[in-house]
Design a binder for this molecule. Structure first.
Ligand SMILES: Cc1cc2nc3c(=O)[nH]c(=O)nc-3n(C[C@H](O)[C@H](O)[C@H](O)COP(=O)(O)OP(=O)(O)OC[C@H]3O[C@@H](n4cnc5c(N)ncnc54)[C@H](O)[C@@H]3O)c2cc1C
Length: 318
């Protein structure tokens, strides 16, 4: 049976929900045995969650020497070594900031092909699916080689449980570190904010939000929904939100379960970054706004009335 590796991502020692879609893709039709790799000492803690989705072995990777946490190069070398040891023929992970960086290093270390930001993968056939030209075309790309790596867009693949009994193991790598690169500090988004690209729910504000302060209306609603807050380029260009919040062709690509666009016209460039959202809700004062032809649910109304009303209902429902 083929072994497929997963680069599992955690947040403060807890497995990120976005991993489950990646595990689902790795299982394929059940023909692949899935091996999960972790690097932060949380294998035992994460076992129960990942075995629900079909991970058979959870491997904690450690380095025999060197500052493992501070060296992406050492992590990559250790992961490449573990992949060879467990004879995995594919490594799937999240196309997140960390995943993109680490998988690129592993691909270089193994001289293996890599595709990032994929929206699908056929592991046995070594074919990945990618959205190109702002979502206008879908490319199926064959990756040649004994081993390949694939970063999957968070939430692009629906997670489906398939429980198994997992075992845990520790792999101590002998890989070395050139010492050329050391992470001295990591600065995340403001604490408590859900990462935009991994969020299940996103509330986005467009140009009519009209000020930085007014984003607090969306943030209050997002807090009730456990959502992240995004912005259109028009809102970012006007200085109401930082570029890190921008969704779209020249911003972030997101695939949440629910996308609530408040005061968005529905431009092609904005949709390029969120059209794979499962359910799109639009709030707009113009009944002829293009977004109403592209959304699942449309609310004809002023965002300054609709959003606070929604927040109140959510608060009442607890
Ligand atoms: C190369 C290129 C790349 C681009 N990349 C991006 C990108 O990454 N992301 C992006 O977003 N854009 C991008 N754009 C810009 C894009 O073309 C649009 O200009 C932009 O998305 C419009 O933003 P908007 O919907 O917030 O504003 P608008 O187009 O001004 O739409 C505002 C909408 O809000 C409605 N409205 C007004 N008042 C209210 C109210 N009180 N309540 C509810 N609704 C209200 C209006 O009816 C209108 O439909 C790019 C453009 C180019 C050329």
């Amino acid at each position: 049976m083929a072994q497929t590796g997963i680069l599992l991502e955690t947040d403060n020692g807890e497995i990120k929900e976005a991993n489950f879609g990646v595990i689902t893709a790795a299982r394929e039709t059940g023909d692949n045995e899935v091996v999960g790799f972790l690097m932060d000492g949380s294998a035992e803690a994460c076992k129960a969650a990942v075995q629900e989705y079909g991970v058979k072995s959870v491997i904690e990777i450690k380095a025999g020497a060197g500052d493992f946490n501070a060296s992406p190069e050492l992590q990559a070398n250790a992961l490449a070594e573990a992949m060879r040891h467990y004879e995995v023929s594919a490594l799937l992970g999240l196309s997140s900031t960390w995943g993109r960086d680490l998988m690129a290093r592993v691909a270089a270390a193994m001289d293996a092909p890599l595709a990032l930001d994929c929206v699908g993968v056929a592991v046995r056939d070594q074919i990945v699916t990618k959205s190109h030209f702002s979502g206008k075309t879908i490319a199926k790309i064959k990756l040649e080689g004994d081993v390949f790596l694939c970063g999957i867009r968070p939430n692009a693949i629906e997670a489906a449980p398939a429980a198994v009994e997992a075992s845990t193991d520790v792999y101590t790598a002998s890989a070395g570190d050139s010492g050329r690169l050391k992470v001295v500090e990591t600065k995340g988004a403001t604490s408590g904010v859900v990462e935009l690209t991994e969020a299940n729910v996103i509330v986005t504000g467009g140009r009519p939000i009209a000020s930085t302060e007014n984003f607090s209306i969306l943030k209050a609603c997002a807090q009730e929904l456990g959502a992240a807050v995004g912005a259109s380029r028009a809102a970012v260009d006007a200085g109401y939100a930082p570029h890190a919040m921008q969704v779209g062709q020249t911003g972030k690509t997101v695939s949440p379960k629910l996308y609530i666009g408040c005061g968005l016209s529905g431009s092609v460039q904005h949709f390029a970054g969120m059209k794979t959202s499962k359910i799109i809700v639009a709030v707009n004062t113009d009944k002829d706004a293009p977004i109403f032809t592209k959304c699942d649910y449309g609310i004809l109304g002023d965002l300054f009335e609709v959003v606070p009303a929604l927040t109140e209902v959510l608060k009442e429902q607890g």
